[in-house]
Design a protein around this ligand. Structure first.
Ligand SMILES: *Cc1c(COP(=O)(O)O)cnc(C)c1O
Length: 205
């Protein structure tokens, strides 16, 4: 890579890496980025998170999950984790939303804060996939976008499909503490070609 002189965000090694990530995880498009926080930040923007929105995040995660929400000008809204997966507890979330959420023409709103709840950002702790089926069901009923923080779950599958496959967009992370490292780095995964293009545009401009 150094010999080619192509050491930045373009070049055949970046393309190859992105293709290998897509092939391995089974998603249509992978876009390599500078770090995991940036991956999460852009994922949330691609999911339509806007300033003033709320994003549901697990209580048990690394701070970057919540920071990425803040970087969108949105508000992290913490929800309970469960013992078995150590991720978001879908049953508790369902009961909680029945209590505090209200569907209006503009989406799902938090009756207490008045803010729109735009997305759910589960994290697959130590590689254990969150129970995604009931979570997807909640997202459909409450019109929320699912964005996966797959920082710790490269190689993990849920019902035969790789984590990062289930969200509208998902983040993989390659810092030194992760399953695979590039020193620092991350990737955005998506099955939506258009969002993939937009991810590439946003992260290279
Ligand atoms: C490591 C990690 C991140 C952040 O990755 P950086 O590359 O350090 O920005 C985000 N979320 C989770 C769950 C992580 O473990």
């Amino acid at each position: 890579c150094l010999d080619t002189g192509w050491v930045s965000s373009v070049g055949k090694f970046v393309d190859r890496f992105e293709q290998q990530l897509a092939d391995y995880t089974g998603v249509k498009r992978a876009v390599a980025v500078v770090n995991g926080t940036a991956a999460l930040h852009v994922c949330l923007q691609l999911a339509g998170v806007e300033p003033g929105d709320e994003v549901l995040v697990p209580t048990l995660t690394f701070i970057a999950t919540a920071n990425a929400v803040s970087y969108c000008g949105a508000v992290p809204h913490f929800v309970d984790s469960e013992e078995k997966t150590l991720g978001i507890d879908p049953a508790k979330l369902d009961a909680y939303l029945a209590d505090i959420a209200e569907l209006r023409p503009g989406g799902c709103f938090n009756k207490e804060s008045g803010r729109r709840i735009k997305a759910v950002l589960p994290m697959h702790t130590f590689g254990h996939p969150v129970d995604l089926d009931p979570l997807l069901d909640i997202c459909e009923r409450y019109r929320l976008e699912l964005v996966e923080d797959a920082a710790e779950s490269l190689g993990s599958t849920y019902k035969g499909r790789h984590t990062g496959h289930w969200g509208k967009v998902s983040a993989l992370i390659f810092n030194v503490k992760k399953i695979m490292t590039t020193g620092g780095g991350g990737a955005i995964l998506t099955n939506d070609e258009e969002l993939g293009e937009l991810a590439k545009h946003l992260t290279t401009t």
